[in-house]
Design a protein around this ligand. Structure first.
Ligand code: 9MR
Length: 758
C-alpha cells in the first residue's frame, strides 16, 4: 500500500549550493493530505480491518457490519493502521454513520500500540437510522510521536445491531521524516591516507565546476581545484559533483574541504588511519560471545555482562538443548537427544546462533589471518598474539585465531553425534522458541531454546570452515587441527549423502531468522575447495572442478552468507596448491575485480556496489565490503595500485562519503551510526546499557525497508536514503557477525596498505 509517494524528504536534492543546506522547516503553510486509504468503500473494505468476527459488507458502497453483543466498546472495532502523523499538528476526522437503532459509537485516533501513549482524539457519538456526517478536529502532541498510529471506531458494549460507515477521511499534514544529512560536502569523516586516493562528493544543483579548497585546522589553504559535475546520481537521486584531492600527499589533522560557503566535516590525512579500525572491528566478536562472562577489564567496563545461555536462570540454555517440536513446515522433524551448544557468538542483535552465518563470519576472520601468510603488503606481526583485547591474549596463538576458535568450537558442537539420524550433519541453528523484545541482556533471556533441523547448507559451512581451520592450527594445536579435519570430512560426507535438506523460510518466523537457502551448489564448491587446499587430495579437486560454479562468474553479484562460491575461489587463488588450473583461477579473481572497479568508476560516491536492479539489499554495507575483499585480493595477486585505490575509496563511502553524510562505523567520524538494533547494546532504550563497541558496522541502506520504522519513515526511498540510525529499524540498522567480519578483513588490508604507503 503506497500512501504517500515519497514520505522521506530528501532536503538537499533541489537546493543550490549557494542557497545553503536546508529549507527552513515550517516556513510555508503545511501541505494538507488525505491520510486514510479507501475511506469510500466503493469496491472493497481493505485496508480497513475488523475484529470480533465481523465481516464487512461493502455492497452498498459503505462499510456495513453486524456488531455482536460484546462486553466492552473496544470488543468490536473497525479500524485502519499505519498512519504516520506529525507532532503538534492539526488533523480533521470526518465520517458518516448510520445504525439500525440509536447506539453510541466511539471514534478514536491513537498510537497503534496502546501502551505507546494516550489517544489524540477519543469521542462518543450517538447515531441512529438517519445518516449523519460528523467532523472532529484535534491537535497531536509535541515531541516524538509513535511511528504507527490508527483510526478506530469502538462499536461494542451495546448488544446486537447493524452499523454502516462511509466517507471516512482524515486530513492534515503528512508525516515527513527529514534526516539530518549534515554538510553538503560528503567526505570520509575518519580521513584519508597521505598516498591514498582522496575524493569527496558535493550535493549541489550547480551545473558548472565550482572552486574548492582543502583547508588546514588553522585555516591555511593546503591545495585547491575545481569540482567535476557528475549529473544526477542514480543511487541517491542527488545532483552531485566530485572533488579529487589525491595530489595532496602530506599529513594533516583536522583538515576540511570548502566549496563556496559550505564546509565539510573535519578529517585527518594520516598513514595510521586504519590501524585502530583493524583491531576495533574485531572487538565486536568478543562482546558478542555467548557462554562466557564479558570481562569489563578486557572489553571496557560498559560492556561487562554476565555469561549468556549457560544454564543459569532465567536462561534455559544452551547446556542441554532439545530439538524443536515437530512442525508441519519441517516435515514434523524432531529428535530425542539434547546437545550442549554453549559458546559461539550471538549472530546479531538477537540471541540466536546460526551455523550458516557463523560459517562465513568465522571464515572471514580466519581469512583475514591467512591472507597475511601469503600476501606481500602485510604488517608483520599486526595480527600476532597479544594484538587484540581477548581473554586468550598471551597464549602464544594469534588472537584473531583465538576469536575465530570461539565460534568454530560452537559449530563443532552443532554437529549431529554418531549413531543419531543424520549423524555428521550440522543443525541449522539454535535460538529462542519465540521472539523476545528489546532491551534484553543475553543472561536475562527467559525463553526456551531449540535446535533446528540439520541442513545441507549448515553442514557444508561446517565442512568448509573446519577444513580452513585445520590447516591454520596444524602447527599451533595439532590435536585441534586433527579434530577439525575429522569433523570437516564427516560433514562433507554427510552433505553428499543428504544433498538437499534445506531450511525453509517458514522456519524463521518465530524467535530467530531463517537463513534459508535452497541452492547449495556454492556451499559444495566452497567446502570442496577448502578440503582440497587443506589435504591436497585429488577427490576434492575432482569435486570442485566438476562443480558448475568452478568456471562460472562468481564475482559479479558479490558474495554473502547465501552465496559463498567466491570464498572458495578466492582461497584457491591465494592459498598455495597444485590445482591444475590455478593460473586461470587467479585470473578470474582479477577479472572479477576489474568489473567491480569499472562499475565503481561510475558511482559518484565511490561505492563498490552497483546492484543490477538498482536496489540495495539487506546488509548493503557488507555487500560493499565483500566486493572490496574481491578487489583487495586482486591487489594481493597483482600488486596493481588500481585495486588498492578502489578498496580505499570504497571505505570512504562507508565512513561518510554518502548522501546521508553518515559514517556507518560506530566511533569513526563526526556523525556515526550508534543506535543499531541490538538487545544489549541498547543505550537508546536504556541509558545504563552501551552503544555497540567502536568499530561496529551497521547493515546500512536496504531498499526493502521491512521494519516498522523504516517502512513508515522511508517509504519510497531511493537506495542511499533507505537508512535510519534508530534501534527499532532492524532491517536497515542491525549489526551482525558476518558484516563485521567483512569490515575486519578490509580494515586489516587497509591498515597494511597504510603502513606500506606512507
Ligand atoms: O542478513 C540477513 C539477510 O541477508 C536476510 O535477507 C534477512 C532475512 O532473512 O536476515 C538477515 O539476517 C538476520 C537473521 O535472520 C537473524 N539475525 C539478524 C540478522 C541480521 O538482520
Amino acid at each position: 500500500m503506497v500512501r504517500n509517494l515519497r514520505r522521506i524528504v530528501a532536503p538537499l536534492l533541489a537546493v543550490a549550493l549557494s542557497v545553503g543546506a536546508l529549507p527552513a522547516a515550517g516556513a510555508a503553510p503545511l501541505e494538507q493530505e488525505e491520510l486514510l486509504v479507501n475511506g469510500t468503500f466503493d469496491t472493497e473494505s481493505r485496508p480497513w480491518w475488523t475484529n470480533a468476527g465481523m465481516t464487512p459488507d461493502v455492497s452498498t458502497g459503505e462499510l456495513c457490519v453486524d456488531v455482536p453483543a460484546v462486553a466492552n466498546p473496544w470488543g468490536a472495532l473497525v479500524g485502519q493502521n499505519d498512519l504516520a502523523l506529525r507532532s503538534g499538528s492539526e488533523y480533521t476526522l470526518t465520517f458518516t454513520a448510520r445504525a439500525d437503532r440509536a447506539v453510541t459509537i466511539r471514534p478514536v485516533v491513537q498510537p497503534a500500540d496502546a501502551a505507546a501513549g494516550k489517544p489524540y482524539l477519543s469521542k462518543s457519538l450517538t447515531v441512529g437510522p438517519a445518516e449523519t456526517t460528523t467532523t472532529y478536529t484535534f491537535t497531536t502532541p509535541e515531541g516524538d510521536l509513535p511511528v504507527s498510529n490508527q483510526v478506530t471506531f469502538q462499536l461494542g458494549g451495546q448488544g446486537l445491531y447493524g452499523l454502516c460507515l462511509d466517507d471516512i477521511s482524515l486530513v492534515g499534514p503528512p508525516f515527513e521524516y527529514v534526516p539530518d544529512t549534515g554538510p553538503v560536502i560528503k567526505v570520509n569523516q575518519a580521513g584519508y591516507l597521505p598516498r591514498g586516493p582522496k575524493e569527496a562528493t558535493v550535493v549541489t544543483a550547480a551545473t558548472t565546476a565550482q572552486p574548492w579548497s582543502l583547508v588546514s585546522s588553522t585555516g591555511k589553504v593546503l591545495t585547491h581545484g575545481r569540482t567535476k559535475p557528475r549529473g544526477t546520481d542514480a543511487s541517491s537521486g542527488a545532483a552531485v559533483h566530485t572533488i579529487n584531492f589525491t595530489s595532496y600527499t602530506r599529513s594533516a589533522l583536522g583538515a576540511h574541504l570548502v566549496v563556496g560557503t559550505e564546509s565539510s566535516h573535519p578529517f585527518d590525512i594520516t598513514g595510521d588511519l586504519y590501524q585502530d579500525l583493524r583491531t576495533d572491528s574485531m572487538r565486536f566478536f568478543y562482546t558478542n560471545r555467548s557462554g562466557t562472562p564479558i570481562d569489563g577489564a578486557i572489553a571496557g567496563a560498559e560492556y561487562a555482562r554476565p555469561a549468556g545461555h549457560v544454564g543459569v536462570a532465567p536462561n534455559q540454555g544452551d547446556v542441554a538443548v532439545p530439538c524443536q517440536e515437530p512442525k508441519p513446515w519441517m516435515d514434523s522433524w524432531t529428535c530425542d537427544y539434547t546437545l550442549d551448544v554453549t559458546g559461539g557468538w550471538y549472530d546479531a542483535g538477537d540471541h540466536g546462533k546460526y551455523v550458516v552465518n557463523g560459517g562465513i563470519a568465522t571464515h572471514q576472520l580466519l581469512s583475514t589471518y591467512e591472507r597475511t601468510l601469503y600476501a606481500d603488503v602485510v604488517d608483520e606481526g599486526a595480527l600476532a598474539d597479544s594484538t587484540l583485547s581477548v581473554p586468550e591474549r598471551g597464549n602464544g596463538v594469534p588472537d584473531i585465531l583465538d576469536e575465530a576458535r570461539w565460534n568454530l568450537e560452537f559449530m563443532l558442537a552443532m554437529q549431529v553425534p554418531d549413531g543419531e539420524p543424520l549423524a555428521g550433519m550440522a543443525h541449522h541453528k539454535v535460538h529462542d522458541v519465540s521472539w523476545t523484545g528489546l532491551p534484553l541482556l543475553p543472561s536475562a533471556d527467559p525463553r526456551a531454546r531449540a535446535l533446528h533441523r540439520p541442513s545441507t547448507a549448515a553442514t557444508l559451512n561446517l565442512a568448509a570452515v573446519a577444513a580452513t581451520g585445520a590447516r591454520l592450527w596444524e602447527r599451533l594445536d595439532p590435536a585441534f587441527s586433527a579434530e577439525l579435519l575429522r569433523a570437516s570430512r564427516t560433514a562433507y560426507a554427510a552433505a553428499v549423502a543428504h544433498p538437499a535438506l534445506f531450511a525453509p523460510r517458514a522456519d524463521g518466523e518465530s524467535g530467530g531468522g531463517p537463513y534459508n537457502d535452497d541452492d547449495v551448489t556454492d556451499e559444495f564448491y566452497w567446502a570442496a575447495a577448502e578440503l582440497y587446499l587443506t589435504t591436497g587430495e585429488a577427490r576434492f579437486a575432482r569435486d570442485l572442478r566438476a562443480n558448475p560454479l568452478h568456471r562460472a562468474d562468481v564475482f559479479s553479484d558479490g558474495f554473502y552468507w547465501g552465496s559463498v562460491a567466491a570464498l572458495g575461489r578466492l582461497d584457491l587463488a591465494t592459498v598455495p596448491s597444485r590445482l591444475a588450473d590455478r593460473a586461470w583461477v587467479r585470473r578470474s579473481v582479477v577479472e572479477g575485480a576489474d568489473h567491480l572497479v569499472a562499475l565503481q568508476a561510475r558511482e559518484a560516491f565511490g561505492q563498490t556496489y552497483t546492484p543490477a536492479d538498482g536496489k540495495y539489499v539487506w546488509g548493503s554495507n557488507s555487500s560493499m565490503l565483500n566486493n572490496q575483499v574481491i578487489i583487495a585480493t586482486a591487489f594481493d595477486l597483482t600488486g596493481s595500485p588500481v585495486y588498492a585505490r578502489s578498496v580505499l575509496e570504497g571505505l570512504d563511502y562507508l565512513m561518510g562519503r554518502n548522501v546521508l553524510g553518515k559514517s556507518y562505523v560506530t566511533g569513526y567520524g563526526t556523525d556515526d551510526a550508534r543506535n543499531q538494533h541490538s538487545r544489549w547494546y541498547a543505550r537508546s532504550l536504556n541509558p545504563a546499557l552501551p552503544n555497540p563497541p567502536r568499530g561496529t558496522v551497521a547493515g546500512g541502506p536496504n531498499s526493502s525497508i521491512q521494519d516498522p520504522v523504516a517502512g513508515v519513515w522511508l517509504e519510497g526511498c531511493l537506495p542511499q536514503w533507505c537508512y535510519v540510525d534508530d534501534i527499532r529499524a532492524w532491517s536497515v540498522n542491525e549489526i551482525t557477525i558476518n558484516w563485521n567480519s567483512s569490515l575486519a578483513w578490509v580494515a586489516s588490508f587497509a591498515a597494511d596498505l597504510g603502513s606500506h604507503s606512507s
